[in-house]
Design a binder for this molecule. Structure first.
Ligand code: PEP
Ligand code: MN
Length: 337
């Protein structure tokens, strides 16, 4: 249920509705916008006396939400959410490009990458320290040592950083080093983990599960927001299809659909979205043209030597060229790089 208040509703009036919702056992979520304040009441809606609420003179409308996702929906918040981290305003006019290696491999590798991507215009540094590898025999990441190298490299070039957290027990540790907590595709429906990062004050980068429908994706974000964390960045990273020539198929349809359904920003990962270096430049441009708020690109000083995802990783030189190519595409859709 969504309670829309009239323009100019006072703090006391907002609190009154908030407390009323709470007292009948539902969870209130207040969204104060420029034009209107909306209060979402999540829980058993049959407990709400719609008529009574509707008679209050500062209540404009009481509407039943038509979607299973509520807090992340445009019905709840019509204006775009902008997540601010460092100089990046994800969801704002300027595109936010996150770049870095699949995995942090050494102090030198992440520092070299950080310096190069910063110079090319990336606004956020990435690098995995806890890696969800398909095989237990492959490189699993450097763990806390990797987190340290990532945070040091990021601060030396004055960029915020993001890295994946795979386990509820690691959220506090990863939060000591990362500015944005990344939830990987394999954990999109790990509800205890979603709840844990939902309690965090760090923004969350939520990747779409490789077999997840967009509704399930939005409901995963709903789990995070329901715990109080509203700084969520969605990331389309490709889904499994029947094609054999690429690792995943980038679902570009998801971008305009999510923009219509949700106020949350959405970025695109063309690296995992295809699994092949060949596709990174064209898919990046396509994503921007489709309305994505930014990109997440795997970049390595020597991609052929990368310990993970070498085939889809571009070099620092290719990344610099990509950033230049993005300019005109961004401009054509009213954005800047
Ligand atoms: C990654 O970003 O390195 C990663 C593992 O991505 P995904 O969770 O999308 O597979
Ligand atoms: Mn990777």
């Amino acid at each position: 249920m969504i309670i829309i208040l009239r323009k100019g509703a006072t703090k006391e009036q907002i609190s009154h509705i908030h407390d009323k919702i709470k007292s009948i056992g539902l969870k209130p979520h207040v969204s104060v916008g420029v034009d209107r304040t909306v209060i979402g009441a999540v829980g058993d809606e049959s407990l709400i006396n719609e008529e009574q609420l509707g008679t209050l003179d500062y209540v404009d409308e009481v509407v039943a939400t038509s979607k299973s996702y509520k807090l992340v929906s445009r019905e709840f918040k019509s204006q775009n959410t902008v997540v601010s981290v460092g100089d990046a305003k994800i969801g704002g006019k300027q595109l936010s490009v996150t770049a870095g290696p699949c995995a942090v491999e050494s102090k030198d590798q992440i520092l070299q990458t950080a310096q190069a991507v910063k110079k090319s215009g990336a606004l956020i540094l990435r690098g995995g320290a806890f890696k969800p590898r398909t095989s237990p025999h492959d490189f699993q990441g450097l763990g806390e040592e990797g987190l340290k190298y990532l945070a040091d490299a990021a601060s030396s070039v004055r960029l915020p950083c993001t890295t994946e957290v795979m386990d509820t027990r690691d959220v506090a540790l990863v939060s000591e080093y990362a500015d944005i907590l990344q939830i990987g595709a394999r954990n999109m429906q790990n509800y205890p983990l979603l709840k844990e990062v939902g309690k965090s004050d760090k923004p969350v980068l939520l990747k779409r599960g490789m077999s997840a429908d967009v509704h399930e994706f939005l409901l995963a974000a709903e789990h995070i927001m329901n715990e109080g964390n509203r700084n969520i960045i969605l990331c389309e990273r490709g889904i499994r299809t029947f094609t054999r020539f690429s690792r995943n198929t980038l679902d570009l349809n998801a971008i305009p659909f999510i923009k219509q359904e949700s106020h949350l920003p959405i970025i695109v990962d063309p690296s995992h979205g295809s699994g092949k270096r060949l596709f990174v430049h064209p898919l990046s441009k396509a994503a921007i043209a489709c309305g994505a708020d930014g990109l997440l690109v795997e970049v390595h000083p020597n991609p052929e030597e990368a310990l993970s995802d070498a085939e889809q990783t571009i070099s620092t030189k290719e990344f610099s060229a990509l950033m230049k190519e993005l300019g005109p595409v961004a401009q054509s859709v009213g954005r800047s790089v």
